[in-house]
Design a protein around this ligand. Structure first.
Ligand code: NDP
Ligand code: 8X3
Length: 252
């Protein structure tokens, strides 16, 4: 029987790369995201290539009832979830705090913090019942160090950092591992979303150095799941070689 991984935000970027990585390692996948067409295409591509099963759940992670109803659709034989990867997230806008856009703030807080909590709250009981499981939260270097105009996004990722620690404390007696992966710059749709569709500016962010790829993060994340039962990687902070911290880049 294949193991089961649930990946939130699998329609693009790191989540999609995670889906491919776990699929090639014979996991059955539960994939979530808002863009149903992308979820279905990814499912078809994956089951066409690998001997695995894929279940797609189409919901907006900001909406508690959508998350709960989505999780209720997980059939009993899929509830033995071995790994939950809380990946869905985004940055929106680059305003200084005094010019912040309320809707941008709400989208980031509701997705990166509340969405992660809603999904974790719904899935942990399945792991607790089996006395095993692994939760992996995709944080960010932005949760360690704040940069100009990063204010609220950095705050949400600092929250992911603290929530990860809290989860590890609360779940230690239930045999559940909790890991945070905190990347620096990864070339995905992230910048396009943050810059509200300005493709030129988004591409410019990745120019002059080699950013991490989504596959790099998928490979590192997968590694944390390959260790013996008693070994739990707590935290990985990873940057491109050209990125010294959250705001110092060496660009040619
Ligand atoms: P992408 O924009 O490429 O992918 C984001 C994913 O999150 C998409 O699948 C999107 O799916 C999903 N998502 C966003 N909002 C929602 C929502 N409301 N409900 C459900 N799903 C949602 O970005 P990345 O792959 O780069 O980002 C993935 C994670 O990695 C995020 O948590 C991000 O903060 C983090 N990260 C990214 C870094 C980077 O430089 N790229 C660096 C450090 C961390 P859909 O739109 O279909 O709903
Ligand atoms: C995304 C990386 O440095 O743009 O979390 O905040 S950064």
């Amino acid at each position: 029987m294949n193991k089961i991984v649930l990946i939130s935000g699998a329609t693009a970027g790191i989540g999609e790369a995670l889906a491919w990585k776990f699929a090639e390692n014979n996991y059955n996948l539960i994939l979530t995201g808002r863009r149903k067409d992308r979820l279905e295409k990814l499912k078809n591509d994956l089951i066409g290539k690998f001997q695995i099963e894929v279940l797609t759940l189409n919901f907006d992670i900001r909406e508690l009832t959508e998350v709960e109803n989505g999780v209720k659709k997980i059939p009993e034989n899929w509830q033995a979830i071995d790994i939950l990867i809380n990946n869905a997230g985004l940055a929106v806008g680059v305003s200084p705090i005094h010019e912040g856009v309320y809707d941008d703030w709400e989208r980031m807080i509701d997705t990166n913090i509340k969405g992660l909590l809603y999904l974790s709250r719904a899935i942990v009981p399945f792991m607790k019942a089996r006395k095993k499981g692994h939760i992996i939260n995709i944080g960010s270097i932005a949760g360690r160090q704040v940069y100009p105009n990063g204010n609220v996004y950095c705050g949400t990722k600092a929250a992911v950092h603290s929530i990860t620690e809290g989860m590890r404390i609360d779940l230690v007696s239930h045999g559940i591992k909790v890991t945070q992966i905190a990347p620096g710059a990864v070339e995905t749709e992230f910048s396009l979303v943050r810059l509200k569709g300005n493709a030129e500016a988004a591409n410019a962010f990745y120019k002059g150095y080699k950013p991490l790829s989504a596959k790099d993060i998928a490979d590192i994340t997968f590694y944390t799941t390959t260790l013996p039962e008693h070994v739990c990687i707590n935290d990985i902070l990873v940057t491109p070689i050209a990125q010294a911290n959250a705001y110092v880049y060496h660009k040619e």
